[in-house]
Write a protein that binds this ligand. Structure first.
Ligand code: ADP
Length: 634
């Protein structure tokens, strides 16, 4: 035992304590994954060393044979993992193994319910990594030294996985990290060569560097124990370099968990080798579940970049657009230089053409998923739909393709689930329908019953119901799909085109003519509140409705802008009334100007309420309504 100096005890960050508690109590059904997680870290550490050693070969300290060794001691009940990767300094150990740096973690932890079954699902969004050691161990010792640091600058980190950990400075002759797991009672089954070999084969076969176990040599009585011989138990080649036909689904899945630090299997993947002017291999994955920090600006995104099989960087963001930030995977290029930097990536024209090819791959993969596995695509949409909706604004070139992947709620469904694609919509459109109709609003309940839909219901025309905050903004980027333009049914003077028969149109014109007097009276009564008054042909049941001017901001955009403190341009609605409604008939026959004014304002305010807007002067509304009620009851 070497001398330990500068020993100190430090407390774990609160979030680490919560994670440890959760892990220890909820991941009991699949304990063996601890080995996968630790091997994954060791492999990352070796990748980092290999890369740094390109510029500084002295970091290899004469030992360029990179590997991971797993050993065990049945009597001491320990399992030990050793890698000769980049290693950790004392400060590294304190920060990396004592805190979780991901932004949003504290918020995420607040969602823990204390119900272990529910929480164990949450942990899947998080990834467990190093701390999974405590699933099987009641004490973990980590010995590490940064490559290139002096032998005396090793660190010994030790913890029982409760509130705190100890660190001390120790001598460590070999660079890299050794982790000793002191198995909990009842977990000694893991101190077994056969068991460890099986776990490694199952979860870590894809790791590109050798994982060695001691060869089982039968002891001969009376003879001295022979020196340990090591044997490689995994395939030890980079998975993406193998031909697609030779890689099993399980291997793709395990590799994903390593790359994405995810706990669950991916939903889909696409593995491609490109040859020709540019040469590269990509392996892209769609996760099953969204990570908890999908909407955090600083959340990790991007692909793992390799150049000729040498790991170069994590989170290379230049290969995919932002709206595909949830895609995980690797890209291995033959054209880039090994000392490529993030700055160079941003400017390199090679990257641009790779980016557009990779973007297309992802969109193709999603199209295929939508077509062949509609149920899975539903799940995808639930998790990532909001992010996909950022697509049309960001990626003009692929607008039509992205539009085809969008899913909406519609008047054909009854639960507001976003399942209708634009192609489905058009496939079942009415004969002669050359528009895609939609309505935006705050909530599904509100739009579902909107008076704007009355004429569509009567004619049996499907309308898409858009209630995500981003929807109105999204629609401002979508003009048409498959040659059919989008029409906001709450906007402008609704023209149903061929869907209205000639007789309908004629009749409408006649009615409009006969109500010219009423229109004028309403204009005078409503005055400054409206931009225009007109006879509606979109209403069957409601007396009146407010339409938005063709060029005006919709309610949703107005609310978003107001909430962000921006000045919203003034706009007035168009008041449309239903000439066949008894209230309107009553209004038309009203002799008293005062009554006429009150009733018109009530109708106007009600129309605003039905559209989900708030009233400018709610007290006036209540006063007018009560006045009428009193008159009614006498
Ligand atoms: P993640 O791998 O998702 O970052 P972990 O909790 O598994 O989270 O690990 C935290 C950090 O500890 C790693 O990012 C790495 O910096 C460091 N680390 C873990 N294991 C090793 C290792 N074997 N060698 C060097 N550094 C390591």
């Amino acid at each position: 035992m070497s001398v330990e100096t500068q020993k100190e005890t430090l407390g774990f960050q609160t979030e680490v304590k919560q994670l440890l508690h959760l892990m220890i109590h909820s991941l009991y059904s699949n304990k063996e994954i601890f080995l996968r997680e630790l091997i994954s870290n060791a492999s990352d550490a070796v990748d980092k060393l290999r890369f740094e050693a390109l510029a500084k070969p002295e970091l290899l300290e004469g030992g360029a044979e990179l590997k991971i060794r797993v050993s065990f001691d049945k009597d001491a009940k320990t399992v030990t993992l050793e890698d000769n990767g980049i290693g950790m300094s004392r400060e590294d150990a304190v920060t990396h193994l004592g805190t979780i740096a991901k932004s949003g973690t504290a918020d995420f932890m607040k969602h823990l319910s204390g119900d272990q079954k529910k929480d164990s699902h949450l942990i899947g969004q998080f990834g467990v990594g190093f701390y999974s050691a405590f699933i099987v161990a009641d004490k973990v010792d980590v010995f590490s030294r940064r490559a290139g640091a002096a032998t005396s600058e090793g660190v010994h980190w030790s913890s029982k996985g409760e509130g705190d950990f100890e660190v001390a400075t120790v001598d460590k002759p070999e660079r890299g990290t050794r982790i000793v797991l002191h198995l909990k009672s009842g977990e000694d089954e893991f101190a077994d060569g056969w068991r460890l070999r099986n776990i490694i084969k199952k979860y870590s076969d894809h790791i590109a560097l050798p994982i060695e176990l001691p060869k089982e040599v039968a002891a001969v009585e009376g003879e001295e124990q022979p020196a340990i011989e090591w044997e490689t138990v995994n395939r030890a080649s980079a998975l993406w370099t193998r031909p697609r036909t030779e890689v099993k689904d399980e291997e793709y899945q395990e590799f994903y968990k390593h790359v994405a630090h995810d706990f669950e299997n991916p939903l889909s993947w696409s593995h491609n080798k490109v040859e020709g002017k540019l040469e590269y291999t990509s392996l892209l994955y769609v996760p099953t579940r969204a990570p908890f920090d999908l909407y955090q600006r600083e959340a990790p995104k991007g692909l793992k970049l390799y150049v000729q099989r040498v790991f170069v960087m994590d989170q290379a963001e230049s290969f995919l657009p932002l709206y595909l930030r949830f895609i995980k995977g690797v890209v291995d290029s033959n054209d880039l230089s090994l000392n490529v930097s993030r700055e160079i990536l941003q400017k390199d024209p090679i990257i641009d053409s790779m980016k557009s090819a990779l973007t297309k791959r992802v969109l193709d993969m999603l199209e295929k998923l939508a077509k062949n596995e509609p149920e899975q695509y539903k799940g995808f949409w639930k998790n990532f739909g909001q992010v996909m909706k950022e697509g049309p604004a960001e990626d003009f070139a692929n607008k039509e393709k992205i539009a085809g992947l969008l899913r909406f709620a519609s008047t054909q469904g009854d639960d507001g689930e976003q399942v209708v694609g634009l192609a489905d919509y058009l496939a079942r459109a009415k004969e002669g329908q050359d528009k895609i109709y939609y309505l935006t609003g705050e909530t599904y309940a509100q739009v579902k019953n909107s008076p704007h839909l009355e004429v569509f219901r009567k004619k049996g025309i499907e309308v898409l119901l858009l209630t995500d905050r981003i929807d109105e903004w999204l629609m401002s980027y979508l003009n048409d799909f498959d040659g059919k333009s989008f029409v906001d049914v709450a906007r402008g003077d609704l023209d149903l085109g061929n869907l209205d028969s000639e007789e309908d149109k004629k009749a409408a014109e006649e009615v409009a003519k006969s109500k010219e007097g009423l229109v004028e009276r309403l204009k005078t009564a409503l005055g400054e509140s409206v931009a225009e008054v007109r006879v509606s042909h979109r209403l069957t049941d409601s007396p009146a409705i407010l339409a938005i001017g063709e060029q005006d901001l919709g309610l949703q955009m107005r609310q978003i802008l107001e909430a962000s403190g921006q000045k919203v341009p003034d706009s007035k609605p168009i008041f449309e009334f239903n000439p066949a409604h008894p209230l309107i008939e009553k209004l038309d026959n009203e002799q008293s100007d005062e009554r006429f004014g009150d009733l018109s304002h009530i109708l106007f305010d009600q129309a605003a309420l039905a559209a989900g807007d708030s009233l400018k002067d709610p007290a006036a509304y209540v006063r007018r309504l009560n006045k009428l009620l009193v008159e009614l009851s006498v």
